[in-house]
Design a protein around this ligand. Structure first.
Ligand SMILES: [Zn+2]
Length: 474
């Protein structure tokens, strides 16, 4: 009943909601550029004021150190009804945006949002930097909160929320880890994290992303002789670091394209039959995707026993990202180089541990040290994967909410990419994350002419509104 009131409110007040959204977009909150520090502070204040007007208690928290201050974090809370028994939800989003460059490719000024009518497949939309990533997606939540407050007089509609909006997501969230550590006790009071920063399956096809992959990134340097050598005088007499390195690297995968590092698959959950069926029913065509990158059907290969989508969403991988060694200039130069190195990354899933994987990989290389050579390792960091259990009550609540708000059941999907904050909250505070995002593939996130379609905005605002009632009843 209450949800219907809020849905009506969203419809009646839509023009004002969009006006507010455009106001926020006018603030060029480019977090990575210190020239815009006043703007990022203004965008944080703007969000804080919006939440205050929806009854939330709001604080703006500085980050970083006195010498090296970071962008502020907006932290807001709603108390929840006295008899509220549902989960305490941590809503995470970011108010910083990517730089607008290259400016000359924008058809309209990046920080002067415009509303463009539908054309072709594209619906009516707002064009501006941050329209989708992430102001538009956060705005859906903010307006749903406004609707509940105006309709019931209760902040968050009676749900217990903590809202955390950061200003450094686009520049690596450098101060977030410390903030989470420092506020571990407060954040441990929350039960589940909710993020709107992902996409739908397509126009009119909402989706919940319940898993993102993690990452381990290492650089491995193999040193042989203390100088580059003449391959005629020394070839066949001394280990050539390039030859030796590639022989070792070739052992990383077996015949079935499984990674051979001991214990690598520890923490990888088995795919459920229901998940496999659900993903298959999405009708994603792997061959068509390959054709799009100039590859034929027979290129559909990967870890044996898994479909392309299963390999992307539910299986870990090992990839060489770069090999640096020897002579790479024009023409021929006969040389046995002193060193050869490789950059390699591992995408991780479920409960795999990024640090432990790095240790296992390093031990694996040590067991294969070529005679007389030495290894050096640089850990470029990484992040934990995050998978929310499909039977989780808040996930089910989000599923029902989107179904009711949009009139269509959301697809349950995962992402092959990484969203580090989810891994950070999982490892530090033990939170599972539900991604309820309404972006489209052609939203031009991070690119010129970024846009967010109003149909997506509406679906998102209605879904966040409907989620309140599902949480109240859970
Ligand atoms: Zn982004």
């Amino acid at each position: 009943m209450s949800t219907q009131q809020v849905l009506d409110w969203l419809q009646t007040n839509e023009e004002q909601s969009i006006e507010r959204f455009m106001d926020w977009l006018r603030i060029p909150s480019v977090g990575t550029d210190s020239k815009h520090d006043a703007d990022t502070a203004k965008a944080a204040d703007w969000a804080a004021d919006h939440l205050k007007a929806s009854g939330f208690s709001v604080e703006i928290k500085p980050t970083g150190t006195a010498e090296d201050p970071g962008q502020p974090i907006v932290l807001a809370t709603s108390p929840g009804d006295a008899d509220y028994t549902g989960p305490h939800v941590l809503f995470y989003g970011h108010y910083d945006v990517q730089p607008a460059d290259p400016i000359e490719l924008w058809e309209s000024a990046p920080f002067e949002p415009i509303r463009k009518p539908a054309e072709g497949a594209m619906g009516e939309r707002i064009v501006a930097r941050g329209a989708c990533d992430d102001k538009g997606q956060v705005m859906m939540f903010l307006e749903a909160m406004r609707g509940w407050y105006e309709s019931t007089g209760k902040p968050g509609g009676g749900v217990k929320y903590t809202v955390l909006l950061e200003g450094e997501e686009e520049s690596g969230s450098v101060n977030l880890e410390r903030f989470v550590e420092d506020n571990k006790e407060m954040l441990s009071q929350t039960d589940v994290c909710l993020i709107s920063d992902t996409g739908m399956l397509g126009r009119g096809k909402p989706a919940i992303t319940y898993g993102v992959r993690g990452l381990t990134y290492l650089e491995v340097i193999l040193t042989g002789p203390d100088q580059d050598l003449h391959s005629g005088l020394w070839g066949g007499r001394v280990p050539n670091p390039i030859n030796e390195l590639v022989k070792v690297l070739a052992q990383l995968w077996d015949q079935d394209r499984k990674v051979t590092i001991p214990n690598f698959y520890e923490g990888v959950r088995d795919l459920k039959d229901s998940e496999r069926k659900e993903w298959e029913s999405l009708g994603v065509d792997p061959v068509k995707a390959l054709q799009g990158i100039g590859m034929p059907a027979e290129a559909n290969v990967g870890e044996k026993g898994f479909s392309a989508i299963e390999r992307e969403w539910a299986r870990p991988t090992c990839d060489l990202n770069g090999i640096i060694a020897g002579y790479t200039g024009p023409g021929a130069k006969t040389v046995i180089p002193s060193q050869a190195s490789v950059k390699l990354s591992f995408r991780l899933v479920d409960d795999q541990d990024s640090e432990r994987i790095a240790e296992s990989v390093i031990a694996w290389f040590h067991e294969r040290t070529p005679p007389g050579c030495t290894w050096e390792f640089i850990n470029h960091g990484g992040g934990a994967p995050a998978t929310c259990a499909t039977e989780s009550a808040p996930l089910q609540a989000a599923f029902r909410a989107i179904g009711k708000a949009c009139g269509i059941q959301p697809a349950m999907i995962k992402s092959g990419g990484s969203i580090p904050v989810a891994g950070l909250l999982k490892t530090t505070v033990g939170l599972e994350t539900i991604f309820m995002g309404f972006g489209l593939e052609d939203d031009r996130v991070h690119s010129p002419n970024e846009k967010f379609e109003l149909d997506c905005f509406r679906m998102g605002a209605k879904s966040h509104a409907a989620l309140v009632e599902e949480l109240l009843n859970s």
